[in-house]
Design a protein around this ligand. Structure first.
Ligand code: IMP
Ligand code: MG
Length: 175
């Protein structure tokens, strides 16, 4: 049976990190407008908190994507289930993810978004699990580098459960 067996990151730790990331983002964009693109559903909580710590003018949009194939290729297509509502050409786009694991999802998404000619395209993820990386993707803003454990909470699910946990916990198969 799968159970939450521990806390990886507390609410307090997450809140401090979100503030720190927002500060870096504000400094880097230097007053320019930013289009935050949250990747559904996992990044919904993170992007909602992050946008409230950013002082620059932000617009927010969302995408829902799923990766094709066996996940072993570093280039491929990403199936867009829900696209952004706006034309991103000429805009400063900051993609906001919950967690990057193999990197296949983001790699494919970045390639797709680049063809739309934004002014700039950067990536922000709350969590980075580098151990199983298959696709080469540079992430501009990383909250926490975490171990290769299955994690939930703060928007992240296990079989659609636990997204509403205010902290990030570890899920394990226990007797
Ligand atoms: P990838 O980087 O293409 O492998 O996909 C990353 C996506 O896999 C994330 O956006 C999550 O939806 C999901 N994912 C990866 N690791 C975890 C985890 O530990 N818990 C829950 N979802 C995860
Ligand atoms: Mg996700």
């Amino acid at each position: 049976m799968y159970k939450i067996t521990g806390t990886l990151l507390s609410e307090v730790e997450i809140k401090a990190k979100v503030k720190e990331l927002a500060k870096r983002i504000d400094e880097d964009y230097n007053g320019e407008d930013i289009l935050l693109v949250g990747i559904l559903k996992g990044a919904s909580v993170f992007v909602a908190d992050l946008m409230r710590e950013i002082h620059a003018n932000v617009n927010i949009d969302f995408m829902s994507v799923s990766s094709y194939g066996n996940g072993t290729t570093s280039s491929g297509t990403v199936r867009i289930i829900k696209d952004v509502d706006v034309d991103i050409r000429g805009k400063n786009v900051l993609i906001v993810e919950d967690i990057i694991d193999s990197g296949v999802t983001l790699r494919n998404l970045v390639d797709t978004m680049q063809t739309r000619e934004p002014k700039s395209l950067k990536l922000c993820t709350l969590l980075d699990k580098p151990h199983r990386r298959k696709a080469n993707v540079f992430v501009d803003y990383v909250g926490f580098v975490v171990e290769d454990k299955f994690i939930v909470g703060y928007g992240i699910d296990y079989a659609e459960k636990y997204r509403n946990l205010p902290y990030i916990g570890i899920v394990e198969d226990v007797e």
